[in-house]
Design a binder for this molecule. Structure first.
Ligand SMILES: Cc1cc2nc3c(=O)[nH]c(=O)nc-3n(C[C@H](O)[C@H](O)[C@H](O)COP(=O)(O)OP(=O)(O)OC[C@H]3O[C@@H](n4cnc5c(N)ncnc54)[C@H](O)[C@@H]3O)c2cc1C
Length: 460
């Protein structure tokens, strides 16, 4: 059924105060619309419940991110792009920055807001498990004033929330006490972006004295609302990670959720995948512990030795020197944060130097500039791509040549976990970009590759 635009009224007040006063006049009559990425889907399907829409888009009061000593307050109208690009969010709330990267495509990330994701209340929403593990609070505002509630209490059932008809979310408050925690997240879907999750998970953990000192795990698409896995957390608290523990945690996690069968997946599949993801999170935590020893040794090397050892993770000599100069780096999160910051600030020639160390996608032969370690990592990263059918391999070879002739450099994509067909589709899309946009895309892909290599290096 198509909706008739003439049946709708849209107002766009210039202040938050004006919006709340409209909502207070006739509670329930007006529907707030922020980026519209959920509302417009409902509209197009002829299922939009309200005829009167009040716009929150770009209201300055909702678009700010305030950083105080104890918390980061994210305006509900901040977009995924705002979140991805904010330095403190990237550094201290990487699960939220990652969820923002997963949410739809770039256009969606420029429009979709965190407040919209929360109020839309889909159990599959990508940012909500992250808000649960960071123990976010919400500030709700209405004409009557403000109230602060725990986000964990917000969803009361499938698509049910604590929000009153005259209320808005003004801000999402994230306590700044998790910067030292190890963060883990995974989205299992047909793809990471542009696909609804079959299961998504966010985890935060801290290990001390060989045992799990604190652990938070939350998941989406496994119950009517996003959920914290409290039983699994209680079981894990205070224990050392070993194979038996991982095995039991997998079982407890799978038993404490209430997944459903739907068009995207079955409940059995969801339970099994969630158990596997919890196991992978614990293995990651354990690897981070091992990584601390690698970092402690590296911190003690001479500057030349340290830069030489870490160079292959990125390929740029300037990056290697700068990250070496940041020592001592005490754990993986601080290493990755330093790496991101340095990489994003490097000039183009250093990016190009890193790119030049990669073989062409689909080709085994490493370029002369690559070290044997770099060549070995490239082979691992491209292992799925090598299984391509002949026709895809031929198309990739042709695409590589066209890319190099247009941009004058090798095509860079974070190939880990991607099939050759997926890589080909990305290559064809990126061929259409103009030079500067494409350079930034390539740099972002290199940033991901570097992070994965740093993780491998720490786990060695
Ligand atoms: C192509 C596409 C891909 C997508 N991919 C993903 C994905 O991968 N992962 C994912 O999680 N989501 C995805 N989404 C869903 C959507 O983009 C997100 O849920 C987004 O965060 C919604 O934000 P919005 O500002 O567009 O919300 P809107 O559509 O404007 O509003 C959604 C709901 O929230 C209410 N609302 C908005 N802001 C407030 C506020 N401050 N206070 C009170 N109520 C408010 C509105 O009244 C409405 O009920 C996708 C959507 C599209 C169209």
């Amino acid at each position: 059924m198509r909706s008739d635009p003439a049946e709708y009224e849209l107002v766009a007040p210039e202040s938050l105060a004006a919006v709340v006063s409209i909502l207070a006049e006739k509670p329930g009559e007006w529907l707030p619309i922020a980026g519209g990425t959920d509302v417009m889907v409902q509209y197009a399907a002829g299922k939009l419940p309200a005829r009167r829409l009040v716009s929150l888009w770009n209201l300055p009061e909702l678009r700010r991110i305030d950083v105080s000593q104890t918390e980061v307050s994210v305006g509900a109208g901040c977009t995924y792009t705002d979140l991805r690009e904010h330095q403190t969010v990237q550094r201290e709330f990487p699960l939220l920055a990652t969820a923002a990267r997963w949410t739809g495509g770039v256009a969606n990330q420029n429009r979709g807001t965190l407040g919209g994701n929360i109020v839309n209340a889909s159990p599959a929403a990508d940012s909500l498990p992250a808000l649960l593990v960071y123990e976010a609070d919400l500030i709700l505002i209405s004409f009557r004033g403000e109230r602060r509630i725990k986000y964990v209490d917000f969803h009361t059932g499938y698509k049910q929330t604590l929000l009153s008809a005259d209320e808005l979310i003004r801000a999402i408050c994230l306590p700044r006490r998790f910067a030292e925690y190890i963060a883990y997240s995974r989205k299992v879907g047909a793809r990471n972006a542009q696909a609804i999750s079959k299961v998504c998970i966010a985890g935060l953990g801290r290990i001390g004295g060989g045992v799990i000192e604190d652990i938070h795990i939350a998941a989406g698409s496994v119950a009517p609302t996003p959920v914290r896995l409290r039983e699994t957390e209680r079981f894990l608290q205070g224990r050392p990670i070993d194979i038996a523990l991982v095995h039991q945690a997998r079982r407890i996690a799978a038993a404490e959720i209430l997944p459903i069968d739907d068009i995207r997946s079955t409940s059995t599949y969801r339970s099994a995948v969630l158990g596997n993801l919890v196991a992978e999170f614990l293995q990651t935590l354990s690897a981070h512990e091992r990584g601390k020893d690698v970092l402690a040794r590296w911190n003690g090397l001479s500057a030349d030795e340290a830069a030489r050892e870490i160079l292959d993770c990125c390929g740029s000599a300037a990056w290697a020197q700068e990250i070496t100069a940041r020592r001592p780096l005490k754990n993986e999160p601080s290493l990755l944060a330093a790496s991101d910051e340095i990489w994003n600030s490097l000039p183009m020639q250093d990016w190009l130097e890193a790119f030049s160390k990669h073989p062409r996608i689909g080709e085994r032969k490493a370029p002369p500039a690559a070290s044997s370690k770099s060549a070995e990592w490239s082979a691992q990263e491209q292992k799925h791509a090598e299984l391509a059918e002949n026709s895809v391999q031929t198309a990739l070879a042709k695409g590589n040549a066209e890319y190099e002739s247009k941009f004058g450099r090798v095509f860079i994509v974070c190939a880990t976990g991607k099939t050759a067909a997926e890589i080909l589709a990305i290559l064809q899309l990126r061929m259409q970009k103009e030079e500067q946009t494409e350079l930034r895309e390539a740099a972002e892909e290199q940033r991901k590759i570097t992070n994965l290599r740093l993780e491998k290096w720490l786990g060695q």
